[in-house]
Design a protein around this ligand. Structure first.
Ligand SMILES: [Zn+2]
Length: 399
């Protein structure tokens, strides 16, 4: 709750959000902050606290939250983008913009594997990854920040390939196991090379997702030791229970639970992580577009499902899709704190939810209603076209 930066230089955009009814931090250590106001300058949070204690003058934009809840923008840890805002998986346009209407402000690619004619030779897969990294860095449907350019490892890659990818700006690998490398020994070597050059890795876990992919069991996951145990609840076919609990117990890597996975296995993972006192490892993704389509509300649905059936407080479930993911993925968002990206979701309980307030409505399995989305300090949308309507919505006043 300190002023992070001098914020009054000429021409800067100063955003003040006041009258926040409930402030969710995204931080598991303290998921609810005693604050009603957030100030951001040029897309970065500069102060968080009570309005009476903050400098709220000279605002370019003032938002009266009208007692609604502010949370960090949601992060989808597992998507498969292809090009622009199109997916060939179900041949849909505008899917990323639709996810923004579900509260998602940041996406992580787990590989651009649905690209028609995806190259599998080493030169080709590197070229495609670099192209995806560049194009999604420059093109942001709905304002959503997409971290893409995630090559899928294939036999024949050598250490220099990872060095070259890193130098070209690639920071993540696509799901290990979706290419020709499916044995733990080779995968472990390539993941280690990637890590050496600062490239993070994810491994496909469980049965094959679509014709052409294959089973990756717990022994391969443990041997590979990727940074993220991708869709530990299967994508969609889950591993047997004893293998899922073994992954929670024997690895210290992130436990990624996805929407397009097995819900029972998701709850088993959550319960095991809770027993191990390792909820910090739990992150959420949709693993979409997929055979079951695109899910604009997928991350919100996961939050409600885990809170209502998994016996974790709603404010903790929201941390799985915000601060936890940002921490594991080294992102500058996902937390309401000075210095972080000004990515916000303002929401309220949906109209006619039986819960008495937002958190109780989620706890009862309802979805929240979104009234405003802000990405990098800029309003991306007011009332969401996809969530159930929020009871109250914020008011935006621009000077
Ligand atoms: Zn997968």
């Amino acid at each position: 709750m300190t002023e992070a930066a001098s914020s009054k230089s000429a021409g800067s955009h100063r955003l003040v959000i006041r009258n926040i009814g409930l402030l969710l931090s995204g931080d598991l250590e303290q998921p609810i902050l005693n604050a009603d106001t957030v100030v951001a300058v040029d897309g970065r949070i500069v102060s968080v606290g009570q309005e009476k204690d903050l400098d709220v003058g000279n605002a370019t934009t003032v938002i009266d939250a009208r007692g609604t809840t502010l949370s960090p923008g949601l992060i989808d840890s597992h998507v498969h983008p292809v090009a622009g805002d199109w997916t060939p998986r179900q041949n849909q346009l505008g899917w990323i913009d639709s996810y923004m209407h579900g509260g998602v402000t940041t996406m992580i690619s787990a590989g651009e594997v649905h690209t028609p004619g995806r190259p599998k030779d080493v030169v080709g897969l590197k070229a495609m990854a670099i192209c995806a990294q560049r194009s999604f860095n420059a093109f942001r449907p709905g304002g959503v920040k997409i971290h893409a350019g995630a090559p899928v490892i294939e036999h024949g890659m050598v250490e220099d390939d990872f060095k070259e990818l890193a130098a070209a700006g690639v920071t993540i690998l696509g799901e290990v196991g979706l290419g020709s490398v499916k044995d733990g020994k080779t995968a472990r070597q390539m993941v280690a090379w990637a890590r050496k050059y600062g490239i993070q890795s994810t491994i496909h876990t469980g049965g094959p997702s679509i014709p052409g992919s294959s089973l990756i069991d717990k022994d391969i996951v443990l041997e590979t030791d990727a940074d993220v145990i991708g869709h530990i609840n299967g994508g969609h076919t889950a591993l047997p229970d004893d293998q899922i609990t073994a992954l929670c117990e024997k690895s210290s890597r992130a436990l990624e639970i996805v929407h397009n996975g097995n819900e029972r296995a998701a709850l088993l993972t959550l319960r095991t992580a809770k027993e191990l006192n390792q909820l910090r490892r739990v992150i959420l993704g949709t693993d979409s577009p997929a055979g079951s389509g695109v899910q604009p509300l997928g991350i919100l649905r996961m939050i409600s499902m885990l809170a209502s059936l998994g016996e974790v407080p709603a404010e903790v479930a929201i941390c799985f899709a915000t601060g936890n993911t940002a921490n594991i993925r080294n992102l500058d968002c996902g937390l309401i704190a000075p210095g972080k990206a000004a990515n916000f979701v303002l929401m309220d309980k949906a109209q006619h939810s039986s819960g008495k307030d937002l958190l109780e409505s989620i706890q009862r399995g309802d979805l929240p209603g979104i009234g405003l989305i802000i990405i990098d300090g800029v309003v991306s949308t007011q009332r969401s076209r996809n969530t159930p309507p929020a009871t109250r919505i914020p008011e935006v006043m621009t000077r």
